[in-house]
Design a protein around this ligand. Sequence first.
Ligand SMILES: *[C@@H]1O[C@H](CO)[C@@H](O)[C@H](O)[C@H]1NC(C)=O
Ligand SMILES: *[C@@H]1O[C@H](CO)[C@@H](O)[C@H](O)[C@H]1NC(C)=O
Ligand SMILES: *[C@@H]1O[C@H](CO)[C@@H](O)[C@H](O)[C@H]1NC(C)=O
Ligand SMILES: *[C@@H]1O[C@H](CO)[C@@H](O)[C@H](O)[C@H]1NC(C)=O
Ligand SMILES: *[C@@H]1O[C@H](CO)[C@@H](O)[C@H](O)[C@H]1NC(C)=O
Ligand SMILES: *[C@@H]1O[C@H](CO)[C@@H](O)[C@H](O)[C@H]1NC(C)=O
Length: 409
Amino acid sequence: MKFNSVVLLSLTSPCLGKIAAAKPQMGWNSWNTFKANINESIIKPTAETLVSSGLAKAGYEYLILDEGWQALTRDGNGRQQANATKFPSGIPALADYVHKLGLKIGIYSDAGIYDCDFFPGSWGNEELDADTYASWDIDYLKYDNCGGFQAGTQSPGERFSIMGNALKNTGRDILYSLCQWGNQFPWFWADQLSDSYRMSGDITSSFAKDNSGVCKTAYCLNTGYAGVSVLTMIRKMRELSGFQSPGSWADMDMLEIGTGTMTEYEEQTHFSFWAALKSPLIIGADITKISNTSLGILLNKEIIAINQDDAGVAVTYLPALSSEGSIQIWAGPLSAGSFGHVVLALNEGGNATSITIPWSGIPELQNSTRASYKVRDVWAAKDLGTIQTGITLLNVSSHQTKVLIVSRA
Ligand SMILES: *[C@@H]1O[C@H](CO)[C@@H](O)[C@H](O)[C@H]1NC(C)=O
Ligand SMILES: *[C@@H]1O[C@H](CO)[C@@H](O)[C@H](O)[C@H]1NC(C)=O
Ligand SMILES: *[C@@H]1O[C@H](CO)[C@@H](O)[C@H](O)[C@H]1NC(C)=O
Ligand SMILES: *[C@@H]1O[C@H](CO)[C@@H](O)[C@H](O)[C@H]1NC(C)=O
Ligand SMILES: *[C@@H]1O[C@H](CO)[C@@H](O)[C@H](O)[C@H]1NC(C)=O
Ligand SMILES: *[C@@H]1O[C@H](CO)[C@@H](O)[C@H](O)[C@H]1NC(C)=O
């Protein structure tokens, strides 16, 4: 017996080590607002605002430079270099500035010879580039897929694992965020080699309207540049939510909260689903100009706690309680205390409606002998008391999502 337990311990101990992204990562990324037009005079005030707004304290710790930090050519030693007009102090000084604010810094590269705007990608230079980032004290790499199809005959798993290994070999803790657009179904291969992987083409700042060429499920392929709406991104997760697990997060792309196209209820819905589906929460808005309403949504502690819950289990779509095009019900377990479930009720339709959720329709509750549960309405910040059999939510507005925490009475 003793012997067995010793063997067991030694077999399992490597798994007890630190997982780089045990919780979905949180931060800010420059792309949704600035595209490749970034520079020091944007990034520094953003870093300061992450702290002064309370966002850093709420968990948004990574400040990520997307495409556009690089010069168009490598330097005399073949290293990637920053554009010195846009970043006159250089990236190491910027990293130092960001670290002194208590934040971490992320950078962007690409698994092709060139990235999406013909800045030098890392293909063929993975070790050199990983060493460069480590020497600059970088904490996070977003790694894109442009030009990847010209990179010869390597499978995406091979192309993306070269950089993963190069980052590990630097000895620095650098979070590896794959951006491979879901094209080759990374939920089947990226878990061993990255901390998160994008499950779709790019999001667009729209609640319901997709760009042309966007398809609705996880397994169909978009044509052209994606431009996926919030509702379609949520739709694609019906097939993927079961893949979510600590250290390997399906990434629903940067948040469009505060980018000016959505109502308050739509932004709440956006945040509720990204949180409960355990997506990384990366802000895409200009936080130096964001409205109080949008900032309040991003700062909602209880929604963030659902995202950062220890169990790391995403909510699942419940077709039997839902009605295509009008009502969506999703639910999943939380680790909080000994018992707790999160339930999302989205009114996708155009008019306010009531939504009924019987406890027996929630998988983990269906065989319970318990008749009543304690319910909290998270966005209303209100305890609704102990409720028997199920709940009817009255007057759920168009595009609103009610987030309920259902727990033992
Ligand atoms: C930085 O970028 C912003 C937005 O692209 C631009 O308006 C501003 O002039 C730039 N500042 C410098 C110093 O290049
Ligand atoms: C730096 O960026 C500016 C503004 O986008 C551009 O005009 C210039 O060519 C870039 N310089 C290098 C070395 O890439
Ligand atoms: C936003 O909130 C801040 C702090 O609570 C307050 O001072 C400011 O007046 C608010 N602005 C608007 C537009 O409501
Ligand atoms: C909302 O309800 C009204 C009145 O019943 C109906 O005429 C209208 O078509 C509905 N709108 C939508 C978007 O469902
Ligand atoms: C509940 O019981 C039914 C019937 O025995 C079973 O098929 C189902 O898997 C159970 N559900 C859960 C979540 O255990
Ligand atoms: C339903 O909700 C809307 C918006 O939240 C509110 O304006 C309206 O007064 C509510 N109606 C009822 C009958 O409670």
